[in-house]
Write a protein that binds this ligand. Structure first.
Ligand SMILES: Nc1ncnc2c1ncn2[C@@H]1O[C@H](COP(=O)(O)OP(=O)(O)OP(=O)(O)O)[C@@H](O)[C@H]1O
Ligand SMILES: [Mg+2]
Length: 208
């Protein structure tokens, strides 16, 4: 186990549309079937405060949000999620699946928005309070695949950002994921079921 609390924290990361929500759900279904107690959470969100922050971050409300303010809002959601949900659940030795987590801030607010990476990591550290994912699964898609997957729904505030932004975010993710011991890259363009099989096989030693 990678964390000192017991239980397991499994994180999915990737560009918007990479399939983090799809794969979080498939893994949760599989683990529940196997008899595990599983809590699914998402970032930003996962708590009442986190959902209020999520609305501020993602809805097209017309307010200006400075990059640093955006980072702080993500850290508010993360700090609350860690203390209100993740630590208690880990102590019960349960499995938590988080649809995005701290590496998202390194990729989006750091590499994407240009906040110094050490600043992002330092705020992540304060929010995380010693909690570390046992495994981080990065679902890699390129920008063309991201465009193809846009749902046709009204794009949210962040999805409207330029392609150059997403190029930096993907490069940032790749750099960060390569430097992490407990991170795995999976080709996000594979069929959903094949990705799910690979996720389960990667996590076998951790969970099953
Ligand atoms: N492996 C896959 N192959 C093809 N399409 C996929 C795959 N996984 C997910 N999709 C489709 O891509 C879209 C985005 O999937 P999903 O919502 O899981 O991604 P996400 O990373 O959670 O996106 P968001 O950033 O919008 O929350 C959905 O229409 C989904 O059905
Ligand atoms: Mg999603």
């Amino acid at each position: 186990m990678g964390n000192s609390f017991g239980g397991s924290l499994i994180v999915f990361e990737g560009l918007d549309g990479s399939g983090t929500t799809t794969q979080s759900g498939l893994l949760a279904d599989y683990l529940k079937e196997k008899g595990h107690s599983v809590l699914e959470v998402e970032e930003p969100g996962g708590t009442s405060l986190g959902r209020a922050v999520r609305d501020l971050l993602l809805q097209d409300h017309g307010m200006d949000i400075e990059p640093l303010s955006e980072l702080f809002l993500y850290e508010v959601s993360r700090a609350q999620l860690v203390r209100e949900k993740i630590i208690p659940e880990l102590k019960k030795e349960n499995v938590i699946i988080s649809d995005r987590f701290a590496v998202s801030s390194v990729a989006y607010q750091g590499h994407g928005r240009g906040i110094p990476i050490d600043v992002v990591k330092s705020l992540n550290g304060v929010a995380l309070n010693g909690v570390e994912p046992d495994a981080t699964i990065f679902l890699d898609i390129d920008l063309e695949e991201r465009d193809k997957r846009s749902t046709g729904e009204k794009p949210d505030r962040i999805e409207k950002e330029a392609r150059e932004f997403y190029r930096r975010v993907r490069e940032g993710y790749l750099e960060e994921i390569r430097s992490m011991d407990d991170a795995v890259l999976i080709d996000g363009t594979l069929p959903k079921d094949e990705i799910s099989r690979r996720v389960i096989s990667e996590l076998e030693s951790e969970l099953l």
